[in-house]
Design a binder for this molecule. Sequence first.
Ligand SMILES: Cc1cc2nc3c(=O)[nH]c(=O)nc-3n(C[C@H](O)[C@H](O)[C@H](O)COP(=O)(O)O)c2cc1C
Length: 384
Amino acid sequence: MKETAQFTVGSGNTRYFKAPVFAVAPMIDWTDRHYRFFARQLSRHALLYTEMIVADAILRGDREKLLGYHAAENPVALQLGGNDPAKLAEAARIGEGFGYHEINMNVGCPSDRVQSGTFGACLMQEPARVAECVAAMKAAVKIPITVKCRIGVDDQEPEQALRDLVARVKDAGTDAVWVHARKAWLQGLSPRENREIPPLDYGLVHRLKEENPNLFIGLNGGLQTLDQALSHLDHRLLPPGGPAPAAETGNGPALDGVMLGRAAYHDSGLLTAADGYFAHPLTGAAPEPIEPHAFNDRDHRLSLDYWAGVRDTMADYAATHIAGGGRLVHVTRHMIGLFQGWPGARRYRQLLSADATRKGAGPEVIHAAFNAVFEAATARQAAE
Ligand SMILES: Cc1cc2nc3c(=O)[nH]c(=O)nc-3n(C[C@H](O)[C@H](O)[C@H](O)COP(=O)(O)O)c2cc1C
């Protein structure tokens, strides 16, 4: 029997996660509701994070526009930006009402806009305030409250800054901590450079886990492939024959989850393999055998039925979005990273990036783009 049932990591008043988690990171402008709907077609077990939404915006703005989403996207965690415990608590309560499964606090984003509101990564310097925010949100909602942070900012000493923050938020009852394993430099680097230049320190995150065995600790930052991500987890929880587990790779004590950002967006096909390793984080439903979803899978078969299902679901979804006044490109812009390296991928990208932006473009563009891949892949298979 698989040992996922023994996975009981979690502090606070919930046993939130039932299994090691595969998460798609919060990304402004990228992980909007349309991306998440698409990602959910590719993985049923991934935990999806929203873009960061500022608590003030929720309190003052159009809540349906900011928070509304399709139930099929679940499980979804809402990431909040803010530094005021009362406002965050109220925003969390509103988010809970919308059906989100978790509220995550952003303690990692270094953009100027965020700094001027003194939240995001700058809060690494104010661990007591972060803890107050976590405690206020915990008191306001029943769903889990989690934190996503860096290992430090500017001249902070990560060994100390990260431990201080984690100790505080743990006491405040956080249900999980996701660590983007590099510092943020608040001056002189753009947000983009802050995701590339400060060096990664995965070892520190593993040491943190060793010191906090009962706290869920997940790793984020620079994970490019599923195999790389899996090497940070516990081999007992992975199917036999999979990649080398944490203990054997020298990564140190196994972590509780992995969170992928850019790779999950730019190479969204990798999501199709995640369910082969990861149980459902909330129900504990066991990993599902990996269907031959990928063109380059072991036996080189193209699962046309599977991909035709994705095509039809996305075309129907786009049709509904357009009927509600939206544009096709709102949906298709997130789909361009699929089929990396497949025959027909270039034509697929062309159709989705050019034709989808034309006035009056409809779901037929999605059909045409997928069909271009099907034709090219089938021709390649026939020739092999
Ligand atoms: C376009 C973009 C937007 C992002 N927006 C957010 C955000 O809203 N909140 C957040 O915590 N991190 C944000 N991030 C950072 C990611 O969540 C993640 O920590 C970072 O990209 C490192 O992970 P990766 O190497 O897997 O991409 C963003 C990253 C990108 C590329």
